[in-house]
Design a protein around this ligand. Structure first.
Ligand SMILES: [Zn+2]
Length: 229
């Protein structure tokens, strides 16, 4: 970390674009944007793995890392520099303050989702329910939040509830193969072979490359095991 006071604070902020870089055509001057304060170098091992807040080039501006408000000037400065990939356009009707809170709530949401997934991975679906339900309530249109909650309910043999959440996931992402296979499995558990078959066939009808060979083989096995096949 840089010495206290070296840079101007502020890592949760929104504002107007007043200048753009030479190659930037995603945004225009005057656009209202909210920012993610952190930009990893995108070249170290951690960044490549998506763990950019643990960038191994932390504080090295020459290598592209920025943590605005910590290693560079942040939101309380009159102007702050942000990489184009850290900007999100604010819809009309959403204030700067609201947009900032939405961006900030991403951290607890990430925590809730990951706590739920961690419980699932350690074979504790009962404990996964509470964080996943909260994540889903915060973000009811997130296909992953709905998928994970469906998965937890499936693991607890709550098939109807599992189907409900998996269907929410599929409403948003219709050909999501993982959600289709799990919902098919839940239908199968309820003895609804036709519905199960329909979901499995929806996976198999996807083009080569859209799903893995492993998934295709697994689904073929499930289809073959359906009663009456
Ligand atoms: Zn990095």
């Amino acid at each position: 970390m840089p010495p206290y006071g070296e840079f101007i604070f502020g890592h949760e902020y929104a504002g107007d674009i007043v200048a753009v870089g030479r190659t930037v055509d995603e945004f225009q001057i005057g656009d209202r944007v909210v920012v993610e304060a952190h930009m990893g170098c995108r070249r170290c091992e951690n960044c490549i793995r998506g763990l950019y807040t643990a960038c191994l080039n932390y504080g090295n501006r020459k290598r592209g890392h920025r943590a605005n408000g910590f290693t560079t000037n942040g939101g309380l400065a009159e102007y702050a520099v942000n990489h184009v990939n850290t900007l999100y356009r604010i819809p009309d009707g959403v204030s700067y303050e609201e947009a900032t809170v939405v961006m900030t709530s991403g951290s607890p949401l990430f925590g809730l989702e990951n706590a739920g997934v961690a419980y699932m991975r350690t074979n504790r679906p009962q404990d996964a329910l509470a964080p996943l339900e909260r994540a889903q309530r915060i973000n009811p249109n997130d296909p992953i939040a709905n998928y994970n909650l469906g998965l937890a309910n499936l693991a607890l043999d709550k098939y109807e509830t599992a189907i409900y959440y998996l269907s929410q996931s599929l409403r948003i992402r219709p050909n999501y193969p993982d959600a289709l296979v799990q919902r098919g499995f839940a239908y199968q558990k309820l003895g609804k072979a036709d519905s199960a078959s329909a979901d499995y066939e929806r996976i198999l009808s996807q083009s080569e490359g859209a799903i893995s060979d492993k998934m295709r083989a697994e689904v073929r096995r499930l289809v073959a095991a359906l009663p009456g096949r």
